[in-house]
Design a protein around this ligand. Structure first.
Ligand code: EPS
Length: 389
């Protein structure tokens, strides 16, 4: 049994299924297929998604690691079948076929992995690249994230995410309000709290779609109830802020991560940025503000963890940009694949999932234990110590 959480995904976008193996979850955690499927559904929803989401109804098949509704401490693995596979069997099958039966994809899309992936792996059919580079893979990460989220719930750690910007349309509502009215965000087709901005975002997505273009944005991920001291300052690769940024940057099309005041802090003075420290009997040590976004010295402070994540517009355009055919070397329009116009709302759910994995990993490092019960005892004893400080 390992207390180290690690996971791997496999699967092509139009292959048979996505696969994920997640190790390091303690035994005794209640887990149902419904819980994971609910998270997968959240990832599929969102205004601006493409036709593929009408075909798929993502559901996990639990293959291992769970028995009679509880985890065993052994690797948890899932299969998420691709319903579109039936339309792609001939093109994506594992068996050798005559080349002429499978048209090659030779016109790389600017901004996608197509061109460099093809050069790097020596492919003349760029489908070999795009199938794995596709954001479809994130369904597997959301399944792993759902398990970690369930583990975090056992320790009263709550996760939230929302869209705060699509294109130039910004939602400036306060974070506290967003948490209080979270039901509204969950129901919003763009995961935006403000009704007025939501309308504007939807109109923008419609307009962008009409133009054959795509649009990106910014989403926010929030965690409440974290104990102080997750992650560590003692080594570069233990710092939790760095680890969260790594995980978030690994999501397709993510181009920036900001923690707390982030970039704004760089143009303010120290006296305006640092969070002053206070103490009282009931709360113990706390901060008078949270511009650090819940992390100092690579460790959680116990204040809300707040991350903002920038997503570039998706690179598959209905009105394609200029490219070069990799075989003829002639200027051509890039390939036009079915795709999303805007996937920021879905990305916010994926962001929540990858952060949940990283935080669960830090919780396992800190509190260990082979069973949930043992982990909880260690957690409670640490929290008692923290309160007595
Ligand atoms: C996705 C499935 C894909 C795309 C999208 C994400 O399905 P298809 O390629 O069949 O339309 O909709 O992938 C991309 C944006 C991309 O660039 O590859 C999903 O399940 O999230």
């Amino acid at each position: 049994m390992s207390t180290k959480i690690r996971y791997l995904t496999a699967g092509e976008s139009h292959g048979q299924a996505l696969v994920v193996i997640l190790e390091g979850i303690p035994s005794g955690l209640k887990l149902t297929k419904e819980w994971i499927d609910k998270e997968l559904r959240r990832r599929q929803i969102g205004y601006g998604r493409g036709e593929r989401m009408k075909i798929e109804k993502d559901e996990v098949r639990i293959i291992s690691g769970v028995r009679l509704g509880k985890t065993l401490g052994s690797p948890v693995s899932f299969l998420i079948p691709n319903l579109d596979w039936k339309n792609w069997e001939k093109i994506m099958g594992a068996d050798e076929v005559e080349n002429k039966d499978v048209p090659a994809f030779t016109r790389p899309r600017p901004g996608h992995a197509d061109l460099v992936g093809g050069i790097k792996y020596n492919f003349l059919d760029l489908r070999n690249v795009l199938e794995r580079a596709s954001a479809r893979e994130t369904a597997a990460r959301v399944a792993a994230g759902a398990v970690c989220k369930k583990l975090l719930h056992e320790f009263n750690i709550k996760t939230f995410s929302r869209t705060v910007q699509i294109g130039r349309e910004k939602d400036a509502t306060a974070r506290e309000e967003a948490i209080e009215s979270y039901e509204r965000i969950e129901k919003s087709p763009v995961r935006c709290l403000n009704f007025f901005t939501e309308r504007k975002m939807i109109e923008l997505i419609d307009e962008v779609k009409r133009r054959g273009d795509t649009v990106g944005g910014i989403f926010e991920v929030i965690f409440l109830g974290l104990p102080p001291g997750l992650g560590s300052y003692i080594q570069w690769d233990l710092k939790l802020d760095a680890r969260l940024a790594f995980s978030l940057m690994s999501i397709q099309a993510i181009v920036g991560v900001e923690i707390g005041a982030g970039f704004e802090a760089s143009s303010s003075f120290g006296s305006e940025v640092q969070d002053e420290i206070a103490y009282n009997e009931t709360r113990g040590f706390y901060r008078l503000s949270n511009r650090a976004g819940g992390i100092e010295g690579g460790m959680t402070t116990g204040e809300p963890l707040v991350l903002r994540v920038a997503m570039k517009p998706i690179s598959t355009l209905a009105k394609p940009l200029r490219s070069v055919d990799i075989v003829s070397k002639k200027e051509v329009a890039a390939t036009k694949e079915r795709s999303d116009v805007c996937a920021v709302p879905a990305a916010s759910v994926i962001g929540e999932a990858v952060c949940a994995i990283e935080i669960a990993k830090a919780m396992r490092e800190k509190f260990g234990g082979d069973s949930l019960e043992e982990m909880r005892k260690n957690y409670l004893s640490y929290m008692e110590y923290v309160r007595a400080r």
